[in-house]
Design a protein around this ligand. Structure first.
Ligand code: GRF
Length: 202
């Protein structure tokens, strides 16, 4: 059984897809972490009786610090952290503590259309303006630079006939809901390996 924590900030459709499609005897969502106290993702976690923690870099009532969060996740035996629409930059010390244990889903084919400011509809607008014929989603390890860590898995989608950025977003979201559960399941089966700095999926 792989215990995971899912970090969210908003809608939570990737959290839902993980919850609904990854077998519960293989992966347990042990905790949901958010920087926002009210959002659809948090509501979903609470409805499904998943422990929720709020995190902030500043001292705030009802929020834990990243240092406290690290201790909590260790206590919960969390072995994989999944960023699913988490909009805050994670502090370097936290990334060091969970080296190669934090993954992110990005709604484009990295290394294109990533980096600071490239989130949400901004990504799809940039793809639309580039007149690309394909887009897709990427699951990657998180390092200290935005959208820069080693790529684990990608899938592309044809966008040659779309009507605009919203249309691209909808097509890409479908792909996200396929590949994030796929990768998390592979982690739970020990089938994702780092060999010579390259990610191998068995
Ligand atoms: C997704 O498009 C994901 O790729 C990006 O943020 C969005 C989150 O959507 N990192 P949701 O909250 O999972 O619905």
């Amino acid at each position: 059984m792989l215990n995971i924590a899912v970090f969210v900030s908003g809608r939570g459709s990737n959290l839902k897809s993980l919850y609904n499609s990854v077998p519960k005897n293989k992966v347990k969502i042990a905790a949901v972490v958010s920087n926002k106290t009210t959002c659809t993702a948090v509501e979903f976690a609470q409805q499904n009786k998943i422990d929720v923690f709020f995190v902030s870099e500043k001292i705030k009532e009802g929020f834990v610090s990243y240092r406290q969060l690290a201790d909590i996740l260790e206590k919960f035996n969390v072995k994989l952290i999944v960023l699913a629409g988490f909009l805050k930059k994670i502090p370097d010390e936290f990334i060091d503590k969970f080296e190669n244990k934090i993954i992110n889903i990005h709604p484009a084919l990295l290394p294109s259309f990533g980096g600071k400011g490239m989130y949400g509809i901004n990504v799809h607008k940039a793809v639309w303006e580039s007149k690309s014929k394909v887009s897709g989603a990427t699951v990657h390890f998180v390092d200290k630079i935005y959208d820069h860590g080693k790529i684990i898995y990608q899938k592309q989608v044809d966008i040659s006939n779309v009507s605009g950025p919203d249309d691209i977003a909808a097509k890409v979201l479908k792909i996200e809901h396929e590949i994030l559960p796929y990768v998390v399941l592979k982690f739970s089966e020990g089938k994702i390996k780092l060999i010579d700095d390259k990610v191998i999926i068995e």
